[in-house]
Design a protein around this ligand. Structure first.
Ligand SMILES: [Mn+2]
Length: 227
């Protein structure tokens, strides 16, 4: 059996990703630039998303849907993702198109920022509590879009936000980032708490899945060699 001391004394040959960092870059800028900007304009909405997966949680979002903005702040803050989103949508009809198209554009930006998925952990999971609410999120940047949605939100509205839009948002982001996503509500009474716990768990699961695994930093994390 290998002792912990033996492991600690091993040469750190697997940490090459740090050693290949150009010396003129400050330490806060990762070797891999995992940023993307996507602009999407339709007859219904005009959306721009800028994302940096190696951010610090800076968030500047204005979608016209205040509760969605609040959730996107959770995503940035707990995912350590820098996020800038502006959306101008047909809110005179309702929030449906804007909510969905923010999900689509964010999914596209996430996919672009990840590129060929080389070096990432790929899988992520988290269980987040928010007071009485408890939500489990499990995801895989598999290249195969799938959503299992297990939330039972007890009220039709949170503030002015239609709670049916939560599922629509995740459908959009799953399809356009090609992610497998399972959301399970383990507990919860309050609608705001249930949705916010979901976004917190989603953020932490994304953070886990997008972290670079130094043991295979230059490899695509699939036995097939491609995602
Ligand atoms: Mn809140």
């Amino acid at each position: 059996m290998i002792s912990l001391q033996t492991l600690a004394n091993r040469p750190k040959s697997t940490m090459q990703i740090h050693e290949t960092r150009p010396s003129n870059l400050p330490l806060t800028i990762p070797t891999l630039s995992r940023r993307a900007t996507v602009k999407r304009t339709t007859g219904e909405t005009d959306i721009q998303v800028a994302i940096d997966l190696d951010g610090t949680g800076k968030c500047l979002v204005d979608t016209g849907l205040p509760f969605l903005d609040h959730m996107l702040h959770q995503l940035a803050s707990h995912g350590l993702i820098d996020l800038e989103i502006t959306a101008k949508g047909d809110l005179h009809i309702d929030g449906h198109h804007t909510n969905e198209d923010v999900g689509i554009t964010l999914g596209q930006a996430l996919s672009q920022a990840l590129g060929d998925r080389k070096g990432i952990s790929r899988f992520g999971h988290f269980i987040a509590p928010l007071d009485e609410a408890l939500v489990q999120v499990t995801l895989d940047f598999s290249g195969r879009p799938h959503l299992s949605y297990g939330l039972e939100i007890p009220t039709p509205l949170v503030g002015t936000y239609d709670t049916q839009l939560v599922r629509e948002f995740f459908v959009a982001i799953v399809n356009h980032s090609q992610m497998t996503l399972h959301i399970r509500q383990l507990d919860g009474i309050n609608s705001h708490h249930i949705i916010e716990a979901t976004f917190k768990a989603f953020a932490r699961a994304i953070r886990m899945a997008t972290e670079v695994d130094p043991r295979r930093a230059h490899l695509i994390p699939s036995s097939k060699g491609v995602i």
